[in-house]
Design a binder for this molecule. Structure first.
Ligand SMILES: Nc1ncnc2c1ncn2[C@@H]1O[C@H](COP(=O)(O)OP(=O)(O)OP(=O)(O)O)[C@@H](O)[C@H]1O
Ligand SMILES: [Mg+2]
Length: 464
């Protein structure tokens, strides 16, 4: 069977297809479903997942294209944002020109019959029925065709994933371009609203500026200069949450396909990129070590703050807690939090205090619903009025970093300076039904709480 891409739809057709797809509902998936579905990936199960992803990804991508093209404050016309929009267009086109399993010559009896439109993720990932009809493992011709099709689709997904690697960098650049434009033209809408607010009651102001009203912060001109209008902030939250979901689907599908083709095997306790027994101790230790590496590169400190790790309650100390999760997602959050704590501690005590820093305490508590990781530092804390700012994209008190290739790789960030660490980490923890909270004691230190949903049954919180 030769799988050749259908010819690329003409630009106007593509536009219509995107508009149509963007109106469809997305299908959310939970961690539990992914694990149940992918534990023994055979060519048939992967084919069925391919059917689901071939249907689902264009919808998710189309929604982002439509939003990227109609952003407020003229953000859509910033050159870096245009580049990102083109990548999303191109990826939609790649999927649109890849023949659906139904059009690829694969025997129909191997395919599911209903459409995905009216069903939930549970049925989308249901595999047993199809295996009863036909097992391609017993039919060598069908097996070859299915494997070939799955492999080609995997290649298509890998190209898409690579294309989107620099998206975070480009989005940050786009926001920076907008902020520079506001500065040059003295037209920052938050600052303008901030000065206008002085003459109005809070209620009247909220009525006239619904998207620019981040509570009391506007009264503080320093804070206002750093804020993004709330509609931009929530666009970025939606955009990155969707990106996490798309990359999760692709990453998992590529891993399952490779395993079904015999090109790789999962490490023990893994289902694709999900680990059913993620070791909190291992991920904490690895994230801390990596953050120390970055700190030492940045500051030359030889004896950095130590880590004190407590797992379990004081009455029942444990060696470890294991649970089902995507270790790379947890690593992302913890790495960012450790970098922040290390930076605050070293800045407070100075590099001369090398070897005498207070430790960073990590407490892991295991409840029935949640596993919570608390990271406490004595880095001086954050002003209470500044706390809401820490969730603002591009807000940083560090020297601004040149937006360069560092952001290409989600796990090779510099010490600080992008103002992306906390907002992105919160999205990663919310993606699987958890949360991230930061509580500070100004003059002493900061506690960050990472809540992880151990029931693994939450659907992805996909933005519309
Ligand atoms: N543990 C902490 N102690 C003191 N201040 C903190 C702490 N964590 C965060 N902050 C403050 O919040 C700001 C935003 O943090 P965030 O991690 O989002 O960005 P950043 O560290 O500045 O840059 P990067 O995106 O590179 O991490 C920091 O610049 C710092 O002022
Ligand atoms: Mg940071």
């Amino acid at each position: 069977m030769a799988i050749s891409s259908a010819s690329l739809p003409a630009a106007s057709n593509l536009r219509q297809m995107i508009q149509r797809s963007a109106k469809h509902a997305q299908t959310q998936v939970s961690l539990k479903q992914m694990v149940e579905f992918g534990s023994k990936p055979s060519p048939t199960t992967v084919l069925r997942a391919t059917q689901f992803i071939h249907h689902e990804l264009p919808i998710r991508i189309a929604k982002r294209v439509v939003e990227l093209e109609s952003l407020p404050y003229n953000l859509s016309s910033m050159s870096s944002i245009k580049t990102v929009t083109e990548w999303y267009h191109q990826s939609f086109a790649d999927l649109a020109s890849f023949p659906a399993p139904e059009q690829s010559g694969i025997p129909r009896k191997l395919l599911r019959e209903q459409s995905f439109e009216k069903e939930d993720a549970k049925t989308a990932f249901e595999v047993r029925k199809i295996q009863r009809y036909c097992n391609p493992l017993e039919d060598q011709t069908a097996l070859k065709e299915v494997n070939e099709y799955n492999a080609k689709f995997m290649e298509c997904l890998e190209v898409i994933k690579r294309r989107h690697d620099p998206v975070a960098l480009n989005m940050a650049q786009g926001i920076q371009e907008l902020k520079d434009h506001w500065r040059a033209t003295k037209s920052n809408p938050v600052l303008a609203a901030s000065s206008r607010q002085m003459d109005m009651t809070a209620r009247a102001f909220k009525r006239t500026h619904p998207s620019l009203y981040p509570s009391q912060l506007l009264k503080n001109p320093d804070a206002a200069a750093n804020l993004l209008p709330t509609d931009l902030q929530s666009f970025l939250d939606r955009f990155y949450m969707s990106r996490i979901g798309i990359r999760m689907l692709i990453g998992q599908h590529v891993a399952l396909t490779k395993a079904s083709l015999g090109k790789s095997t999962f490490p023990a306790d893994h289902v694709g990129i999900i680990c059913t027994k993620t070791s909190i101790r291992d991920v904490v230790t690895q994230a801390y070590d990596n953050a120390i590496g970055v700190l030492q590169n940045a500051s030359g400190v030889l004896n950095p703050p130590q880590i004190k790790l407590y797992i379990g309650s004081s009455t029942c100390a444990k060696n470890d807690v294991n649970f089902m999760y995507v270790p790379s997602h947890l690593h992302h959050c913890l790495f960012e939090l450790f970098k922040n704590s290390l930076r605050a501690t070293v800045e407070r005590y100075g590099t001369d205090a090398d070897g005498e820093y207070p430790p960073i305490k990590v407490v892991v508590a295991e409840g029935n619903e949640d596993i919570t990781i608390k990271i406490s530092d004595e880095g001086g804390g954050i002003r209470r009025s500044g706390l809401p700012l820490i969730w603002t994209y591009l807000y940083t008190t560090a020297e601004k970093q040149e937006l360069e290739s560092n952001l290409y790789n989600d796990f090779r960030a510099p010490m600080a300076g992008f103002g992306y660490g906390l907002p992105l980490s919160r999205l990663y923890s919310r993606y699987w039904g958890g949360d991230l909270r930061v509580i500070s004691m100004e003059g002493f230190g900061t506690d960050a709480y990472v809540h992880l949903n151990r029931l693994s049954n939450c659907d992805e919180p996909l933005p519309s």
